[in-house]
Design a protein. Structure first.
Length: 387
């Protein structure tokens, strides 16, 4: 936990879930730059207004605004369940009522009118495109629109999206490797239709899903193609039969869980991801390809925290190894630990990952066993059994 200093006062912030071994802060120079601009420039209108904060990663912007001079509660729009939980925890940490920020997901309906729009530029250009399309009808000529991001996150294509969907756009000078984006809404602008979600057919080497259609909402990993790690995993999934509870953990667009559902008609499949867009994609992919009489569970949450101990037979996992711009195994460690808790005795965790990540070492220590089920020069599929 660290303290972010603003002219409105200091706020204590931490990522979620809080991990004493995690040295990463819950904000960066881009958040500081935007808050300083708001404090010095008075961009928040004095009359009652609800600043809408999009893509606030760990709640730094929303919490600072809730602790500051915002006339009414800010609205936070996020695709991340963990980001939303971080916001709630950080509000409590600073003695601010949880109702001080209205929390919306990326799939919720946006406010009808937006007077102040603050956009933390996401890593995914597709997610930014979808967000701006969804927000554009709510802005008006007088809306203050400011984006923020690190220099490495703001490109010509980023600015073109703002210009094409909202209106004329310019950037600030860089400060601590961060920039601000200033966009003036053009009420006469008529942007093209929102292209998201995307739907495309899977390639011939996608196993039981070959030629079938997948749905991808904006921001989902490899939204326009099947990534090579998942493609390798699909060719080496366990060939189980009979009734079993299978979890596609970190499901993304749901192709892995859907493949299992097709290969084993008796399997009960649960799709879990911390991204609202990912779970919406998985649900669409499943219903597109699996017979209508089959059902599945779709959960947005923190790893397997919503599933009971000893309730799962098989966990399938392609863990991410990035948290925004940082490379870290924190998420993988938590997923592996959660899988061990949630698996019944004899249950299996199957993991695909880049060979260089060395997941076999951690799995061997955690489960007491780890077997290589398939490998190529880049990827490895591992199996660990709960004894």
């Amino acid at each position: 936990m660290n303290r972010l200093t603003t002219s409105w006062g200091d706020v204590s912030l931490a990522r979620f879930p809080e991990d004493p071994r995690d040295t990463l802060r819950a904000w960066d120079a881009a958040d500081e730059y935007l808050l300083r601009h708001l404090q010095e420039g008075g961009s928040i209108p004095s009359e009652p207004s609800r600043p809408v904060v999009v893509g606030d990663r760990w709640g730094a912007l929303a919490v600072a605004l809730a602790a500051g001079p915002a006339p009414t509660a800010p609205v936070q729009i996020s695709d991340s369940f963990l980001g939303r939980q971080a916001t709630l925890a950080n509000l409590v940490r600073n003695g601010i009522d949880s109702s001080a920020v209205e929390l919306l997901s990326s799939r919720d309906t946006v406010p009808e009118r937006i007077d102040v729009l603050l956009v933390r530029v996401p890593k995914s250009l597709a997610l930014l495109e979808d967000q701006l399309h969804r927000l554009a009808p709510a802005v008006h000529a007088g809306t203050v629109v400011i984006g923020t991001g690190m220099v490495s996150e703001i490109h010509t294509s980023t600015l073109r999206l703002f210009e094409r969907i909202i209106g004329p756009t310019k950037t600030s000078l860089a400060v601590k490797k961060a920039r601000l984006i200033f966009c003036t809404p053009d009420p006469e602008l008529r942007p093209a239709a929102n292209p998201w979600p995307l739907r495309h057919a899977l390639p011939a080497d996608a196993g039981v899903l070959a030629g079938r259609t997948v749905t991808n909402h904006a921001g989902v990993f490899c939204a326009d193609r099947l990534d090579i790690g998942t493609r390798f995993f699909l060719r080496h999934l366990p060939r189980h039969r009979g009734a079993e509870h299978v979890v596609d953990l970190g499901c993304g667009n749901g192709v892995v869980g859907t493949a299992v559902a097709l290969a084993n008609p008796e399997a009960e499949v649960t799709f879990v991801d911390e991204s609202y867009a990912a779970v919406a994609s998985a649900e669409a992919t499943f219903h597109e390809n699996v017979p209508a009489d089959r059902t599945a569970e779709f959960l947005v949450g923190d790893s397997l925290s919503r599933l009971a101990t000893g309730s799962i037979d098989l966990v399938l996992n392609n863990p991410p190894f990035h948290s925004h711009r940082a490379t870290t195994d924190t998420t993988a460690r938590r997923m592996f630990g959660d899988a061990r808790r949630a698996l019944r005795p004899g249950g299996e965790l199957w993991v695909v990952g880049n060979r260089h990540l060395g997941y076999h070492v951690r799995l061997g220590r955690l489960f007491g066993n780890c077997e290589v089920m398939a490998s190529d020069p880049k990827f490895v599929v591992l199996r660990a059994i709960k004894r």
